[in-house]
Design a protein around this ligand. Structure first.
Ligand code: CTP
Ligand code: MG
Length: 233
């Protein structure tokens, strides 16, 4: 690894949380005594590797300024965008005067508050010498079916299918260029897909199954349980 490479975190937090059906965006719901996004940022700060964390927040979001973390010296705020990829790009741009093209960026969803420090370090340690970078991912325990109109048309090879998690770790310059090029492309739902579109081959690093993305109402109880379990380890 280039010893002078720094690490930056980017946290997209400008979604509306439609599937959560709550009165506010899910990153501001309470989870184990804090807002979801505070839990997430606490984990990232605690990993003790990031020079700064750039958080993409909806313009005029009334909840973010209420949190003390919005004024944390290692946290910078960038305006969110229409899609997740736009928010990530905006946060990357907010680091442009400080980040070198060769530095690593770990993009992590605000809605994944159970990220373990162990997994952040596993991703970094595994990929530190990689040309491209990669992502945390989960294998599938279930048999996977290819389905058309409620009818099974095939069974997929489970060993080849992985669920993409975050953090996703790429070089600052390479990731920014890939996202600029992919702007407006609806098939870019994570950072890896923007790099794949450019012909790069990101790696996967097996992550912990408790790194869930809070998506639906029942996920809050599960996340509470995971945080409790992690605290007793
Ligand atoms: N996100 C973002 N900017 C957007 C859309 C999403 O920064 N325009 C963020 C979300 O805040 C979340 C992460 O990207 O932390 C993952 O997105 P997702 O789980 O889909 O969150 P939402 O888009 O808020 O939820 P939904 O799709 O149910 O509306
Ligand atoms: Mg969404």
């Amino acid at each position: 690894m280039n010893e002078s490479s720094k690490f930056w975190a980017v946290v997209p937090a400008a979604g509306v949380g439609k599937r959560m059906q709550s009165d506010r965006p899910k990153q501001y719901l309470e989870l184990a005594g804090k807002a979801v996004i505070e839990q997430t940022l606490t984990r990232l700060l605690g990993a003790d590797v990031f020079s700064a964390i750039a958080v993409a927040i909806t313009v005029e979001d009334p909840y973010w300024p209420e949190l003390a973390m919005s004024r944390h010296p290692r946290i910078v705020t960038a305006p969110g965008g229409k899609e997740r990829a736009d928010s990530v790009l905006s946060a990357l741009k907010s680091l442009r005067d400080r980040a070198d093209d060769n530095d690593w960026v770990l993009v992590h969803d605000a809605a994944r508050p159970c990220i373990a420090s162990e997994d952040i370090h596993k991703l970094i340690d595994t990929l530190a010498d990689d040309e491209v970078g990669g992502i945390l991912a989960l294998s599938s325990h279930d048999t996977l079916k290819d389905v058309e109109d409620d009818t099974i048309v095939g069974t997929l090879d489970r060993r080849r299918i992985w669920r993409a998690l975050t953090p996703q770790m790429f070089r600052y310059g390479m990731l920014k260029a890939a996202l600029v090029e992919a702007e407006g492309n609806p098939s870019i739902t994570d950072e890896a897909s923007a790099l794949e579109l450019k012909g790069f081959k990101p790696k996967i690093v097996e992550g912990r199954p408790d790194n869930l993305k809070i998506t639906r109402p029942e996920d809050l109880a599960l996340a509470t349980f995971y945080l409790e379990q992690q605290a007793t380890r």
